[in-house]
Unconditional design. Structure first.
Length: 206
């Protein structure tokens, strides 16, 4: 029953949410409001469960001296220090919590996004090498789009910004719509498999 009961709950609530979306009525709206209230009440327990899971995973790594276990120590210390500073002094201006956010979290986020630029440049170099007709078309289109985004492109010819905008509005948008359609169909198929009880990996192993 430990697998059947969660499966019944997921299937029942799933079809109820589908009915709420496609068959709007007072009953479905009342059900959704009731569910939102319960979700807000349950969310603190989910946070506690996530924190316990974090301590269990990283605690095991520290205990077993797994590779790079020192990062697990830093993770747990950062969690404890941030939580204690938030609960003890609040999150207003001038508090330790806000100082940690502005001087630790934000610089680390900026560093992470800055490193992405080098990965993007590396991927672009590998993708734009004209070793095939398709790669050549991609290289030419990328060059035109990049030139169309800077003033020197418009200075060379007025056709460069117009061509760049056409590439973005027509072939690029068509590809994006195709990808979005595929993602939507995949989400629909996965949702139906979950609602019908075919997909059960979220229940864990036996």
């Amino acid at each position: 029953m430990k697998r059947q009961i969660p499966l019944i709950i997921v299937i029942t609530l799933g079809f109820l949410f589908v009915a709420h979306t496609f068959i709007p009525s007072k009953a479905s709206v009342d059900f959704y409001d009731w569910w939102v209230s319960w979700a807000k009440a349950i969310s603190p327990f989910a946070v506690v469960l996530g924190i316990l899971s974090l301590f269990m995973v990283h605690g095991t790594k520290i205990q077993r001296k797994a590779p790079n276990w020192q990062y697990s120590v830093v993770t747990l210390l950062a969690l404890v220090v941030t939580a204690v500073s938030g609960f003890a002094w609040g999150t207003n201006e001038g508090t330790p919590f806000l100082w940690l956010f502005q001087n630790v979290q934000m610089p680390m986020s900026a560093t992470m996004f800055s490193l992405l630029a080098f990965y993007i440049a590396s991927a672009a170099y590998k993708a734009f090498r004209a070793k095939s007709p398709q790669a050549t078309v991609l290289l030419i289109a990328a060059f035109i789009v990049m030139m169309g985004q800077v003033p020197i492109g418009a200075a060379i010819s007025k056709w460069i910004p117009e061509t760049a905008q056409w590439i973005l509005n027509v072939p690029n948008l068509a590809a994006k719509r195709g990808i979005a359609t595929g993602v939507g169909l995949g989400m629909t198929a996965t949702s139906l498999k979950i609602l019908l009880g075919i997909e059960r990996t979220y229940l864990g192993s036996d």
